[in-house]
Design a protein around this ligand. Structure first.
Ligand SMILES: NC(=O)c1ccc[n+]([C@@H]2O[C@H](COP(=O)([O-])OP(=O)(O)OC[C@H]3O[C@@H](n4cnc5c(N)ncnc54)[C@H](OP(=O)(O)O)[C@@H]3O)[C@@H](O)[C@H]2O)c1
Length: 330
């Protein structure tokens, strides 16, 4: 089978297509004949910085759709041929992908493999950021960084559907602002000082919930844009800055709080909780509340082009790798 493998960290050119043995599922696992794999910013971080890479060689890829190929010992609820999608800690850039059955799900009616490959990472993450971690209440305001990307596109729509009073986005270009405004956002900031923009938009009150995948100085400035009792959820470090550290003195004056979330860590620590969140969030796709447009699709062999596009900060929505043409549905 074909797989994309890295043997060193670096630019998109380190993603090389190679032949590999077809894997067999271990206890609690399934293998999937892949139709599509989603491209995530974390894949770029793995490739360039070794983010969550236990050792080299390494096969990137956190999410896959396709059909169950084989079922490992102890697995219930899956059989060969079923249409599925799965979250996996690595390995999705391949013809055959191993996934824990605990983080795989059968596709609901009406969700085809192309849509399904966009969901395993983004959908539960956006839901958890807003609801389980961020505890969004109707009428509250939300600010989301990276509002035109995969997470941002879904978070805007989910926040609006939850009755948020105002949904603000932050993006790096006016073209991205257009995309975000079409996906749930009321106002999108493109300037250098999102915190000042947020305070202006809220008449100085600040926002109730900030979703921050950037870290560093952006996280610090976000604290200054929180309303009294506001929450900031950290879920990435796109800036590459030192990990943040905060103390009581940063939060005490207005009862602010800071939380953090990782869908991959939750998949390891509590896969049952992740399954519940995914099911809740999937219902919002099935009922049409949330759409995550695929804005570019590349053959598996051209994974490097997908990384170049996302790394250039011009992509919107979701990028996919097309692996097989086994099932052609939307
Ligand atoms: N914790 C979790 O469970 C979890 C799960 C999935 C994703 N994430 C994080 O969520 C973010 C979005 O992931 P995605 O896969 O959906 O990617 P994406 O948003 O489709 O694309 C990458 C995003 O990163 C932003 N970006 C790129 N370089 C940046 C930089 N140097 N500083 C600040 N922002 C930068 C871009 O936004 P602009 O160009 O508009 O700034 C763009 O929105 C990533 O940071 C990712 O690590 C976390």
């Amino acid at each position: 089978m074909r797989t994309i493998r890295i043997t060193e960290f670096g630019g998109p050119e380190v993603l090389r297509l190679v032949q590999a043995e077809v894997p067999e599922p271990g206890p609690g696992q399934i293998t999937v004949d892949a139709a599509y794999a989603g491209v995530n910013f974390a894949d770029l971080k793995a490739r360039s910085d070794g983010y969550r890479v236990p050792s080299l060689p390494f096969v990137p890829g956190l999410e896959v759709s396709g059909r169950v190929r084989a079922v490992g010992p102890g697995v219930e609820g899956f059989r060969p041929g079923q249409a599925v999608a799965a979250l996996t800690p690595s390995g999705a850039y391949a013809d055959v992908v191993v996934a824990d059955a605990a983080t795989a799900f059968r596709l609901p009616d009406g969700i085809g493999p192309r849509t399904a490959a966009t969901l395993p990472t983004v959908l539960p993450t956006a839901h958890a950021l807003l609801h389980e971690v961020g505890r969004l209440r109707a009428g509250e305001s939300v600010l989301v960084h990276g509002a035109a990307g995969g997470i941002g596109t879904v978070a805007g729509q989910l926040a609006r559907a939850a009755g948020a009073g105002a949904v603000y986005g932050v993006v790096s270009s006016p073209a991205k602002a257009e995309h975000a405004l079409a996906h749930g956002y009321d106002e999108v900031f493109t300037g250098d000082d999102f915190a000042a923009d947020a305070l202006r938009a809220t008449d100085g009150r600040g926002v109730d919930l900030i979703l921050d995948p950037v870290g560093g100085d952006t996280l610090r400035r976000g604290l200054g844009a929180l309303a009294a009792f506001g929450r900031l959820v950290s879920f990435g470090n796109a800036s590459g800055d030192e990990p943040w550290q905060l103390g009581q003195a940063d939060l005490i004056a207005s009862g602010r709080s800071v939380a953090a979330f990782s869908v991959l860590a939750l998949a390891q620590s509590s896969p049952g909780t992740l399954r519940l969140i995914t099911e809740r969030a999937l219902s919002r796709v099935s009922d049409g509340t949330v759409k995550l447009p695929v804005t570019a699709e590349f053959p598996l062999a051209e994974a490097a082009a997908a990384h170049t596009l996302m790394g250039g900060r011009t992509s919107t929505g979701k990028l996919l790798l097309r692996i097989a043409d086994q099932i052609r549905r939307p």
